[in-house]
Design a protein around this ligand. Sequence first.
Ligand SMILES: [Zn+2]
Length: 50
Amino acid sequence: CYNCHTTATPLWRKDEEGKTVCNACSLYYKLHSSARPISMKSNIIRKLSR
Ligand SMILES: [Zn+2]
C-alpha cells in the first residue's frame, strides 16, 4: 500500500493519482478526503507505554 505500506489487504485499490492503496486506506480517504494517518493505530500505544 502506498499510504500505510501494508502488504495484506482483502482488496487493492487505486487512489486519484493512480497509486496502489489498500482497501482500508481507500475507504478512509473517501470518508475523510484525506490520507489515513498511519501513526494513528500504533502511536497511541507507544505514547501510553512511554
Ligand atoms: Zn493502506
